[in-house]
Structures are given as structure tokens and as C-alpha cells.
Design a binder for this molecule. Structure first.
Ligand SMILES: Cc1cc2nc3c(=O)[nH]c(=O)nc-3n(C[C@H](O)[C@H](O)[C@H](O)COP(=O)(O)OP(=O)(O)OC[C@H]3O[C@@H](n4cnc5c(N)ncnc54)[C@H](O)[C@@H]3O)c2cc1C
Length: 450
């Protein structure tokens, strides 16, 4: 049962997704009692937001690897846990060759076990946070209000884990959707619910992982696909950023750059992921051979109703325009609005506290602290996509874990709880791993795609 009353806690996390689960599990592992940590957010499950997107996309395996899991300590890795659960060495072989990607149902089962066993929901206030007030104390702390300006708690340290902004569409499509409800229905995001008609023809915009998923989904349904992208496909890369940036040394080097240098660097390395997956390639090749898959380079600049549902005009910046195309619908794999200002709570904080922002990114300190509000004895930090100017893979399971652990470590030093000693931590980790293995065993094994 979530909490009904406001409460004072040492640590508060705003948001109720993957990120807060890492903060909560790490805090429990180090010795913070459940009442010392409060989660604020409407989602009754830490996997709810991600699960909905993954379902809409038809994602079956993570693009990240074995380190991406939810136990408080690193060992066992997910491949080891999977191998143990199914009594099969296959996940270990794959992991050694970097060809192991945890299955979505398996990873969500593990997250569910960790949340249930540590009673994550029992520390949750089921409200969205609308405002945060810095109070210099002593002791320094934050006061949290909901979106109706009602007091919902106070905390010494706060982590903002708000997830993504709204989904975004290219301007011509956004305009057409706003102007005509019939057109609106036929233009959807890859992350939104959708169904393909077997006799339909669909434009799928983009060449990242979401778009490739949709090529496969549409071809599987029997439909035709026009894969539209602005330029040549991104280089093959299974993760959001080069692998070296996932590791401590790479992160240290990245953090040694100035904010502007970091943003410029991210502009170069962050790209949509277009991994080569065996089954996707087969499906696309098959579709191409049947005349159901074609690739076009260009951008949609006009949309109107047409005999098949939509008529769209595609222009090219490089050569002759591909021209008008009749299609049943358009799927945009264009992702989320990346500006931090698209999140109402952040926009209010930026405006009221005059927090520096550049290029839609809050100029976070290298410890992910919010400038002007964060201090060692009362931290205010951000994690997830909004922290990727400091931790380039901030919006991955590995990145959330990295930021969450360091934040809890700082809270531990500022306000030490009665520590959980090594034997207690070990038994907690083993017992959570044991229950996760049992839960994974009950899930049908997900096919690996690499
Ligand atoms: C389709 C998809 C596939 C992905 N695949 C992978 C992968 O394979 N590997 C990988 O490592 N990562 C992957 N990711 C990235 C990453 O793991 C997720 O984005 C992760 O869910 C981010 O967690 P989060 O806690 O930051 O935000 P979310 O899980 O998005 O949760 C944000 C939560 O905050 C709440 N919230 C927002 N504002 C407020 C407020 N003001 N007050 C209270 N609550 C608020 C929301 O309601 C929501 O519950 C994927 C993401 C998506 C969308």
C-alpha cells in the first residue's frame, strides 16, 4: 500500500520509474530504513512507464547487456542469474562474446522481485511533485508540494528522476496532426500503441532501434514499409553511446571536459541505435525480396488526406525530391523532446531559482547536482535523460545505476544510517538473487536476437 500522509525522510526521489528503484535498493543495501526513503510518483510499479513503451514498440530483449539489472550489488550479473535459473551455460557463452541481451520479461521479473521484497510501494507517495522549495534550515532540506500546491513531504536530499519529456513529431507532421483529426489518427509515434493493416503501406521515419522494430512489426503483419530517413543510416552501434563511455574511466574523461565541450561531444556520439540483429535482418531481406520494403532518403514537408488515407510529400535536401507518396499511415521513430524545459517541474525550478540552462540542458555539476540548489549536506540531483550531459549513458539501466549509487553514497556520508554490515548485505543480495532466479524460471525464455 502506498503512503497516505506526507512524511519527513532523509532521501526523497521524485519519479517512480527505473531510476528510483536503484536509489531505493541501494539505500536499503547500505542500511537506510524504508521510512528514511520516500518515492513520489503516480506509477504503482517502477517498471510501469518503461513496460508500456516497450510493449508498444514490441521490444523483446534489452539492447544493453548483462550488467543491466536491478539487484543492489553487481554480482551475479544477469547472464549468470539467467544461466543459474535455467541450468544452461548458453547465457554465459553469449555474455563472454558480448552477444547476451537480457529478455524484457526476465528483467522486468527481476525488477518486480526487488521492488516487492524491499516494499518499494510502501515508501511511495502516489502524487506528482509540482514544486520543490529549498529551506536553508538548519538543517538544510527541501519541502515538496504536489501539483495542487499541497504539502506532501520534506527531505534532506532529493533526486529528480522524471524520465522523458513528451514524444516529438517532425514539424510538418505535428502541424497536420493538430489541424485534422483524421490525419491525426494515422500518424503515430513508434512508442505509442498501434496496429498495422496487412494490406496497408506505411512510412516509418528514422533508422534507430525504434524504427527498425517497427519495420519488422509492419512486415510481420503483412504490410508494406517505406523506411524514410533524413541521411545515411547511423553507424552500427548497439548502445546509445560508444561502449567506453559506459565505463568509469570513460565517464571520468568525459567529466573532465567543460560543459560546452561535453555537449558538443554528445552531439557527435549520441545517435539513434541501429543494431544488426539476426532476425530483423532476415525479416527486412524477406520483405525487400517480396517488394514490401523500400528505403527513401528525405523529409516529409506536406501532409494531406489521400485515397489510401494519407498523401505525403517527401523533399530531399541533397537531390531530386522523391515527391508525393500515398500511404495508410506514418510511424515516427523520432523519440522524445529532449529539452529539460519540456518537463513542467524542471521548467518551474529553472525559472524560479534561475538555474543555468544551455541548449535545453540544465548545466549540472559533475556530480549531477543542480547548480545553486545542491549542497553536500542537502543534495539535489538529477538522473536519467536529463543528466546525460554529465553521464552520457544516463538514460540507460547502467547509467541510472551509476548515478543512483553515487547519490546514495553521498547521502550516506552526509547522514549516515545505522549501517548494514557485510554479512547483512551479502545475505540480502543472495536472497534477492535467489528469488529473482525463481521468478525468471517461471518466464518463457526470450529468444536472443544478436
Ligand atoms: C522503449 C524503450 C526501450 C529502452 N530500452 C533500453 C535498453 O534496452 N537498455 C537500457 O539500458 N535502457 C533502455 N531504455 C532506457 C531506460 O532504461 C529507460 O528510459 C528508463 O525507464 C528511465 O528510467 P527513469 O526512472 O529515468 O524514468 P521512467 O522509467 O521514464 O519513469 C519516470 C517516472 O517519473 C514520473 N514522473 C514524472 N514527473 C513527475 C513528477 N513531477 N512527480 C512525480 N513523478 C513524476 C512518471 O510518471 C514516471 O513514472 C529504454 C527506454 C525505452 C523508452
Amino acid at each position: 500500500m502506498p503512503l497516505r500522509q506526507p512524511r519527513d525522510s532523509t532521501i526523497a526521489v521524485v519519479g517512480a520509474g527505473f531510476g528510483p528503484l536503484f536509489v531505493y535498493a541501494t539505500a536499503a543495501y547500505l542500511g537506510f530504513a524504508p521510512e528514511e526513503v520516500t518515492i513520489y510518483g503516480p506509477s504503482p510499479s517502477p517498471v510501469g512507464t518503461y513496460q508500456q513503451f516497450a510493449y508498444n514498440l514490441g521490444q523483446t530483449v534489452l539492447r544493453s547487456e548483462s550488467e543491466s539489472h536491478f539487484l543492489p550489488a553487481d554480482w551475479p550479473t544477469f547472464a549468470q542469474l539467467d544461466a543459474w535459473s535455467r541450468k544452461s551455460p548458453a547465457p554465459l557463452y553469449r555474455s563472454v562474446t558480448r552477444k547476451y541481451n537480457p529478455g524484457v520479461p526476465e528483467i522486468l521479473s527481476e525488477a518486480g522481485v526487488v521492488a516487492r521484497r524491499l516494499n518499494w510501494d510502501g515508501s511511495r507517495v502516489p502524487r506528482r511533485v509540482g514544486w520543490l522549495q529549498r529551506d536553508d534550515g538548519p538543517p538544510a532540506h527541501f519541502v515538496l508540494y504536489d501539483e495542487d500546491a499541497k504539502l506532501i513531504g520534506r527531505a534532506k536530499h532529493v533526486m529528480l528522476a522524471l524520465g522523458h519529456g513528451p514524444l516529438q513529431f517532425p514539424p510538418a507532421l505535428a502541424r497536420a496532426k493538430a489541424d485534422d483529426p483524421e490525419i491525426d489518427e494515422r500518424i503515430v509515434q513508434a512508442y505509442a500503441p498501434k496496429a498495422y493493416h496487412p494490406a496497408g503501406r506505411y512510412i516509418v521515419i528514422g533508422s534507430g532501434i525504434a524504427s527498425i522494430n517497427e519495420w519488422a512489426n509492419a512486415l510481420d503483419a503483412g504490410a508494406k514499409v517505406v523506411a524514410l530517413r533524413r541521411s545515411e543510416a547511423p553507424d552500427e552501434q548497439d548502445l546509445n553511446v560508444p561502449r567506453c563511455l559506459f565505463e568509469a574511466l570513460g565517464i571520468d574523461v568525459f567529466q573532465g571536459l567543460s560543459f560546452d565541450e561535453r555537449v558538443a561531444f554528445l552531439g557527435k556520439v549520441l545517435r539513434g541505435t541501429s543494431p544488426k540483429r539476426r532476425s530483423w535482418q532476415e525479416r527486412v531481406e524477406h520483405g525487400r525480396a517480396e517488394g514490401r520494403f523500400e528505403e527513401v532518403i528525405g523529409e516529409i514537408d506536406q501532409v494531406e488526406r489521400g485515397p489510401a488515407g494519407l498523401r505525403v510529400h517527401i523533399m530531399s535536401r541533397k537531390g531530386e525530391d522523391p515527391g508525393w507518396v500515398d500511404v495508410t499511415g506514418v510511424v515516427a521513430g523520432t523519440g522524445f523532446v529532449k529539452s529539460a524545459l519540456a518537463l513542467p517541474l524542471l521548467r518551474r525550478l529553472v525559472e524560479f531559482y534561475d538555474i543555468p540552462v544551455a541548449d535545453g540542458r540544465i548545466k549540472l555539476k559533475v556530480n549531477c547536482g543542480v547548480p545553486g540548489l545542491d549542497r553536500p549536506d542537502s543534495r539535489l540531483c538529477m538522473m536519467g535523460l536529463t543528466a546525460n550531459s554529465v553521464i552520457p549513458h544516463g538514460d540507460t539501466i547502467a547509467g541510472l545505476k551509476y548515478i543512483g549509487r553515487r547519490f546514495v553514497g553521498d547521502c550516506y556520508r552526509a547522514d549516515p544510517p545505522k549501517p548494514r554490515r557485510f554479512p547483512g548485505r551479502l545475505s540480502m543480495q543472495i536472497s534477492l538473487a535467489h528469488d529473482s532466479a525463481k521468478a525468471i524460471r517461471r518466464v518463457r525464455r526470450t529468444e536472443q536476437l544478436a
